[in-house]
Design a protein around this ligand. Structure first.
Ligand SMILES: *Cc1c(COP(=O)(O)O)cnc(C)c1O
Length: 337
């Protein structure tokens, strides 16, 4: 085994229930785009629906079609743009689309997107004619970082959609669902929080969330570097004294990025630092002494949060999670319920 990725569907279900409680009557729509943020949409989508989500959201028509096979009755919204030649398939699969450029596709349910400050998809004037328009939406740029601007976006949205209050109005992402009660409206589109990752980059437990993904491997080789010896490409780590290092068979080809040098993994539960350059298929840890090969290494889990790695890499958990490759040639994937 190179590494093992575990997906805990019971934790996922508890996160769904936590969000449903926080939403206090608004519907929870579960965002499972990008293969459920790297957690596996095929496993996560039915689990979130069972736990109380009212709909699924994905980014593309092909992502939606892949889910439709197993989920005949679920509402599936495509948040991103769809092209003319995808419309026939979208209709046949009973998808709901988002109109983000003023054109409203016909013969299927449409949510019209208003740009209230994200400066991305959506029109700045609301064009919401058509009997097939079922919802109006906007997307918040700063729900995790600047609630003042998020409230201003919300004010613009409510003002523009006032005459359309008979439609489903939705604006909140995870951060807004958790911390901005007035953004909950009729439904909230939550992604990151479902997976027990904090939209604020802090400890998910602060918001009652539990990580769904854990990732472990083992020391495949343990060796002694003598003073002056180095490990890895570029000799970026040179031992300044006799140093035991352990090699873990995981690297950037698995989604353990090159900028994670310096982060901490747990070797038999004890924190050890990643030293030297991360390779495609291997990473080195500085050990406290000689350990046996086969000693378990926790990459994520047992209290070691993806948020900690994100801080070291200067990125967000969203990006790290989406990058984890749990395809069969890379990792063993275990799903528990
Ligand atoms: C991805 C996405 C979301 C989910 O955001 P989280 O921060 O993961 O909760 C919500 N709405 C839209 C339009 C999105 O693209």
């Amino acid at each position: 085994m190179r590494s093992e990725i575990r997906i805990d569907l019971a934790a996922l279900a508890r996160n769904v229930r936590t969000l449903v409680r926080a939403l206090d009557g608004a519907e929870l729509w579960a965002v499972v785009k990008a293969d459920a943020y790297g957690h596996g949409a095929r496993d996560c989508a039915p689990a979130v629906l069972d736990a109380g989500a009212g709909a699924l959201c994905v980014a593309t028509v092909p992502e939606a079609l892949a889910l439709r096979d197993g989920l005949r009755d679920a509402r599936i919204l495509v948040l991103g743009p769809s092209s003319e030649d995808e419309l026939a398939n979208a209709r046949e699969a009973r998808l709901e689309l988002v109109a983000a450029d003023g054109r409203i596709p016909e013969d299927l349910p449409v949510h019209v997107k208003l740009d209230t400050g994200m400066g991305r998809w959506g029109t700045s004037e609301l064009v919401a004619s058509g009997r097939n328009v079922v919802g109006v939406m906007t997307h918040l740029a700063t729900a995790d970082s600047d609630p003042g601007f998020a409230r201003e976006q919300l004010r613009r949205f409510l003002e523009a959609t006032e005459p359309l209050s008979h439609l489903t109005r939705h604006a909140a992402n995870s951060a807004a669902a958790l911390r901005l009660p007035e953004a909950r409206l009729d439904a909230a589109r939550c992604g990151i929080a479902l997976y027990g990752l904090s939209p604020f980059g802090t400890d998910p437990a602060d918001d009652g969330l539990e990580p769904v993904l854990s990732w472990k491997s083992e020391l495949t080789l343990v060796k002694l570097l003598r003073t002056g010896d180095s490990t890895g490409y570029g000799r970026r780590f040179v031992a300044d004294r006799d140093t035991w290092i352990g090699i873990v068979p995981v690297g950037y080809g698995d989604g353990f990025r090159r900028d994670l040098t310096g982060t901490t993994l747990l070797v038999d539960g004890e924190p050890c630092q990643v030293v030297g350059t991360v390779s495609m298929d291997a990473v080195a840890l500085e050990l406290p002494g000689e350990l046996r090969t086969g000693t378990p290494v926790t990459i994520v889990g047992r209290g070691l949060l993806l948020e900690q790695h994100a801080r070291v890499a200067g990125t967000i958990t969203y990006e790290l999670a989406c990058g984890i490759d749990s395809s069969p040639g890379r990792a063993r994937r275990v799903v528990t319920s």
